[in-house]
Design a protein around this ligand. Structure first.
Ligand code: ADP
Ligand code: MG
Length: 339
């Protein structure tokens, strides 16, 4: 008899976890933006080069990290956001898995600069191959800057699998929109290859959507609003005549987190029944606030799927709220004269 099982070294475990968390440059963007928000930033800058393939940097003016925390932040399962299992059921932060930075550091070169308010100097850490290659004291503003270079440099298969810069940049912009749309009170800037792509001032939800999607969006939007014991619904739906041939402008946010839900999408679409032209998709920006105890976010590492305790009631409520709003704004049905 011989024993053959061994515990994997940390950097191998991190690389495996990275396979789930980081599919493409946009996944890194999402994780870094979410960390900046959790750090209570009021201004977040995203700078990317070559659609994130060579460089992704997020600079925030949030709470920053101490020297010890800066080191720890790259360890797997190291997090300041939860302490015990029960905390999973009352999350008020985007992060909680403590996996993102460890995963990213396993598959890219990472440079971190961070300083807490009140400290005179900050910490600069460089990481290569999951190992800290240098750590120094540095002069840096309060907040955090994380720069991720050469993504997938050590996983050629993944690197080769990346799509064209146009496609990868599209994914990054989509993530940027999803995050920016739920946080209009945060100022966001995005640059690609040193040119400004977005500069979003502090705004309300409606203004933020319009800043992102362009001036013409404003006239399309019909507000929705409902509050019950189960859920607070707010946001906007597009007037049916503006329904699009693609699904590009459909957004659900639950407790300030972008999610995908075919079931709730059906609720919205069915509220539009008979109002939109065939083969078009209604625009919507639906914000749902529910008791954190009534949902489970920990279904998938990317956290874009959620389990609701009472999906059926949510469906019914969403559908009737939207129907009501469409009716109130006296949106006439689009008559199809060919029928
Ligand atoms: P999680 O967000 O799930 O906690 P991460 O790996 O993304 O895990 O980050 C690990 C920890 O590093 C966070 O819990 C937080 O304490 C710290 N951290 C990461 N990014 C920032 C940031 N931009 N500002 C301040 N602290 C940060
Ligand atoms: Mg995180």
């Amino acid at each position: 008899m011989s024993d053959i099982i061994q515990l994997l070294p940390d950097h191998v475990a991190n690389q495996i976890a990275a396979g789930e968390v980081v599919q493409r440059p946009a996944s890194v963007v999402k994780e870094l933006l979410e960390n900046a928000i959790d750090a209570q930033a009021s201004h977040i800058k995203l700078l990317v080069k070559e659609a994130g393939k060579t460089r992704i940097q997020v600079i925030d003016d949030g709470i920053g990290m101490s020297v010890t925390d800066a080191r720890l932040s790259f360890e797997r399962h190291a997090t300041s956001k939860i302490r015990k299992a029960e905390d999973l059921f009352q999350l008020d932060t985007k992060g909680f898995r403590g996996e993102a930075l460890a995963s990213i550091a396993a598959i890219a070169h990472v440079e971190l600069k961070t300083k807490q308010a009140g400290d005179e100097v900050g910490t600069e850490i460089k990481i290569e191959g999951s190992e800290v290659s240098s750590q120094e004291v540095c002069v840096t503003p309060t907040g955090t800057s994380i720069c991720v270079k050469n993504l997938f440099y050590n996983i050629p298969a993944r690197r080769n699998f990346l799509k064209s810069n146009t496609v990868e940049l599209r994914h990054i912009i989509d993530e940027f929109h999803r995050v920016a749309m739920v946080h209009p009170s945060i100022k966001f800037d995005m640059y690609h290859n040193d040119s400004e792509v977005f500069s979003l001032p502090v705004a309300n939800h409606r203004q933020r959507i319009v800043h992102i999607l362009g001036g013409k969006t404003n006239e399309k939007l019909v507000p929705i609003q409902e509050e019950t014991d189960l859920v607070k619904i707010s946001g906007f739906v597009g007037k049916p005549e503006f329904a699009k041939r693609s699904r590009g402008e459909q957004f659900f946010f639950v407790n300030n987190r972008f999610i995908k839900s075919a079931y709730l999408n059906h609720a919205v679409t069915s509220a539009f029944e008979g109002l939109c032209k065939e083969k078009t998709f209604p625009t919507y920006f639906v914000y749902l606030d529910v008791d954190p105890k009534s949902i489970d976010i920990n279904i998938h590492p990317t956290k874009t799927e959620i389990k609701f305790d009472d999906e059926h009631s949510l469906y019914a409520m969403l559908r009737s709220t939207i129907k009501h709003s469409l009716g109130q704004f006296s949106v006439a049905p689009v008559l199809d004269f060919n029928k």
